[in-house]
Design a protein. Structure first.
Length: 448
């Protein structure tokens, strides 16, 4: 049994629905179908989820919202009309959106999550209808009935372990089961969404729950590329990646697969195949536990901007027991998550996502560091980019780092920081954000 998840662009209009139906019905093993909300139909289009967020904001701000509500319904109307589905379903969609607005008008977080989730929920209902119209046995399955239970953190749900046992029961149901991505239910029965792009997470959870032989993730590219194609033109396509490589690459900006989506399938060793809805014949990229990395020790190069570094120094820091813990405690108290902590004998840097220091947070953090840790110096370096060179084969290859540093030197890029964990699956370089593209191109030259 396979789980096939279709992203927003794969279910953006009637033509895409037809492609999805062809793919699903071409293979009897594709029993579980997870869908996103309609994505962009063309470059300047608006994703349904963004439209729903605008709708929620208008209601919350007591603004006129009817126009946006009509736009939401119009997108489904287009699909219903073009696929010749029964128009009754549109009345059901309109009524359920209005009911959400009326019920949660004074609970902004609940309203936002309920409306966001409706994007995938209504699309799943349409997809099930369409498959039935084509003569297949297909059922829409609500995440509550499927057993997708999550923590009650609006917009940031985490799966609860009991879900997997519930999901396993889906195997006994007949027909093709169409499940909306992106949300689950809290124990108290509220709709709670995963982070943006979270339909990938639903697909992975379902695959893990039913013990699928394969999790197919359909998107709009033939494969995962070894580097961001907007930085390097026509980069090479990857046939195979390991879970660890994918995790490292998606951490640093490979958006083709959500970085939280790997965990459920990784724990159960379920392979993932990233494929193109618009070209399903292309083999795609397999994500698996191990790969033969002799030919290509480096799998990919990822980069992401928006980081900063808090740099502290104190004479004899290395002798001061508990210094690092106390520094990180200050961040924890502020609810800040950190990414890396490169250190020297008398200095330590904490790399974090810049946006976390917004408002008054930066001043409070710096004041506490000075007062409580009695440091000699503390400063913040902004506008940093992180570049990750990722590959399982690095562990046994000599000279990979030398190639990178030589490439940086040739491109005249200053390395602000270097970090390599014990796993040796990735090497991380910090550079100024304005030099990142130049640096990535230089690395591509030497590794690919
Ligand atoms: N529709 C949601 C979003 O745009 C989730 C997804 O498509 O995966 O973020």
């Amino acid at each position: 049994m396979k789980v096939a998840k279709f992203g927003g662009s794969s279910v953006a209009n009637a033509q895409q629905f037809q492609k999805v139906a062809n793919i699903v019905t071409a293979d009897d093993a594709r029993k579980f179908v997870v869908v996103s909300a309609p994505g962009k139909r063309c470059k300047d289009d608006t994703k349904m989820t963004d439209l729903l967020i605008t709708l929620a904001k208008k209601v919350i701000e007591h603004d006129i919202y009817e126009g946006v509500l009509a736009q939401v319904v119009a997108r489904y109307d287009e699909i219903v009309t073009d696929l010749h589905l029964s128009r009754d379903i549109l009345d059901v969609i309109s009524a359920s959106l209005q009911q959400m607005i009326d019920t949660y008008r004074d609970q902004p977080e609940r309203l936002l999550d309920a409306l966001k989730a409706s994007g995938e929920d209504n699309n799943a209902k349409l997809m099930a209808h369409y498959l039935r119209q084509l003569g297949y046995e297909a059922h829409y399955v609500n995440p509550k009935d499927a057993g997708i239970f999550v923590t009650d953190e609006p917009g940031n749900a985490q799966i609860l372990p009991e879900s997997y046992e519930q999901l396993a029961k889906l195997k006994e149901r007949s027909g093709i089961l169409v499940i909306p991505g992106f949300f689950g239910y809290s124990r108290s029965g509220h709709i709670v969404t995963f982070p943006r792009g979270g339909s990938d997470i639903t697909g992975s959870i379902v695959a893990a729950g039913v013990g699928a032989e394969l999790y197919e993730n359909f998107t709009d590219v033939d494969s995962i590329y070894c580097v961001n194609p907007s930085i390097v033109e026509h980069p090479c396509q990857l046939r195979e990646l390991t879970y660890r490589e994918m995790r490292e690459l998606s951490y640093a900006g490979f958006s083709v697969f959500h970085d939280e989506a790997l965990e459920p399938v990784y724990r159960r060793g379920i392979p993932v195949c990233v494929k193109n809805t618009n070209n399903p014949e292309a083999p795609g990229t397999m994500i698996v536990a191990t790969r033969d990395h002799r030919e290509r020790p480096v799998a990919g190069i990822a980069s992401d901007t928006g980081f900063c570094s808090i740099n502290v120094s104190k004479y004899l820091m290395n002798r001061e027991i508990g210094f690092g813990r106390r520094l990180l405690q200050i961040l924890e108290d502020e609810g800040i998550s950190y990414e890396h902590t490169p250190s020297g004998i008398d200095n330590m840097s904490v790399i974090l996502r810049e946006e976390q220091l917004a408002g008054d947070v930066e001043r409070r953090v710096l004041e506490r560091i000075v007062k409580e840790l009695r440091v000699d110096e503390v400063s913040i370096e902004r506008d940093l980019a992180l570049i990750m060179v990722v590959g399982e084969g690095m562990e046994r290859s000599v000279g990979i780092a030398a190639k990178a540093t030589a490439a940086f030197a040739r491109a005249n890029v200053n390395i602000e920081m270097i970090n390599q964990g014990s796993s040796e699956v990735s090497m991380m370089f910090g550079v100024k954000a304005d030099a990142v593209e130049k640096a990535v191109r230089a690395l591509y030259e030497v590794y690919f």
